[in-house]
Design a protein around this ligand. Structure first.
Ligand SMILES: [Zn+2]
Length: 386
């Protein structure tokens, strides 16, 4: 297992923020080739050509034929990191690995997961372990909206029956559900006028935004939302506009989000947002009775999912965790995962932890023992009989 530690240390040092994964993808490919995996089994898909905004490379996909006649299994972990990880210098510090460069994060999110897969693939091939048909899937661009997984073609993954994703902390925790999320874009067009000479001729986009926001807050549609049995969250996170204090502000752009595990309720939150902004536009007029305008749109970033405890990948994950003498826990989370998109592609996927802690900050560390446990769990899931 010393090799797993040096592997993750090496991969964390390779820069590879979202959209710039070329170097890390070729490093992983080289290691697979050196372990004896034929070039023909390794491919990089064209997801980057389909993703709006592009990217250096597509997803890395490795397919191995089975030595046992069983349904195909898929192991996955995103390869990109947040930009804060670029320039990191991983060093060992007791039970942890951290970055010697205090200006950076570490990139255990998600080079830990990427290394779990790489270690598993190399171990199987080097030691000639019997295994079912396997797909190793390293998607790109997770951190900027789960894009690699979203734009992957399910057909390229070889129709796996059991899918496992590594991204997170505790190796014994299996995430079996996650929320869904809308990205809301709002443009308010008011009417400009001189704020000193003729403020009454203007329609302030800021006044409209304030009225709408207040409406949402007062009526319980902003922040944590609880309506009867339904729950969700929303947040207006970005407001841009205004250039001078002597101009009644004619234009604002806002971005917000709405989350709920319940797709219908999530849509309802978006509708309440639209209604609140429409009301605010209607009641904000200038002296001549003129009004501003609203442009409102919402895009689904990812759909929610929830797997049953009886789902084969959940059962397999729980068994593998318990075989490592850890207490298995299942959880549903309020963030998005690549697993959301795998599930949308009709590939039920459970997500396991791999030792990450303090992610996306410059105090990020990797807990070595948890990472090694994740490696053992992954090897078991890739080779055991089910
Ligand atoms: Zn991650």
């Amino acid at each position: 297992m010393k090799s797993a530690i040096s592997l993750v240390t090496e991969l964390m040092a390779v820069p590879g923020k979202s959209r710039e994964e070329g170097q890390i993808v070729s490093r992983i490919s080289d290691k697979l080739r050196k372990a004896g995996i034929p070039k023909s089994a390794i491919r990089i898909d064209r997801a980057n050509k389909r993703i709006p905004g592009g990217g250096e490379v597509g997803n890395l996909i490795v397919k191995l034929p089975g030595t046992m006649r069983q349904p195909r299994r898929l192991l996955m972990a995103h390869v990109d990191t947040v930009p804060l990880c670029v320039g990191c210098r991983p060093i060992r510090d007791g039970e942890f690995i951290r970055s010697a460069n205090s200006e950076t994060a570490l990139g255990g999110d998600n080079r830990a997961g990427a290394s779990v897969l790489l270690h598993t693939a190399c171990t199987i091939v080097r030691e000639g372990l019997p295994h079912p048909p396997l797909t190793f899937f390293w998607p790109v661009q997770e951190e900027i909206g789960l894009l690699g997984a979203r734009y992957a073609k399910p057909r390229d993954l070889g129709s796996p029956k059991l899918c496992f994703n590594w991204d997170g902390g505790a190796p014994n925790v299996a995430v079996i559900g996650a929320t869904g999320d809308y990205d809301i874009q709002i443009v308010i067009e008011g009417i400009a006028s001189h704020a000193g000479a003729h403020p009454e001729d203007g329609v302030s986009a800021i006044a409209i935004a304030a009225a709408a926001t207040n409406d949402l807050v007062e009526n319980g549609w902003h922040g944590l939302i609880r309506k009867g049995r339904n729950e969700g969250t929303s947040n207006i996170g970005v407001i841009n506009g205004g250039e001078a204090t002597n101009v009644v502000t004619p234009r604002l752009t806002l971005r917000a989000e709405a989350r709920s595990h319940n797709p219908r309720f999530r849509k309802r939150i978006v509708n309440e947002f639209e209604k609140a902004f429409k009301r605010a536009v209607r009641k904000t007029t200038n002296a001549a009775g003129q009004r501003g305008q609203l442009l409102f749109s919402a895009d689904l970033k990812y759909e929610s999912f929830q797997l049953k405890p009886s789902e084969p990948c959940v059962q397999a994950a729980v068994e593998a965790v318990e075989a490592e003498e850890l207490a298995a826990e299942t959880r549903v989370c309020n963030g998005g995962l690549d697993a959301n998109w795998l599930n949308e592609h009709s590939l039920p996927t459970v997500t396991l932890g791999c030792g990450q802690a303090g992610i996306h900050t410059n105090s990020e560390v990797l807990h070595i023992e948890s990472f090694l446990q994740a490696c053992r769990i992954a090897l078991r899931l890739a080779t055991c009989r089910h």
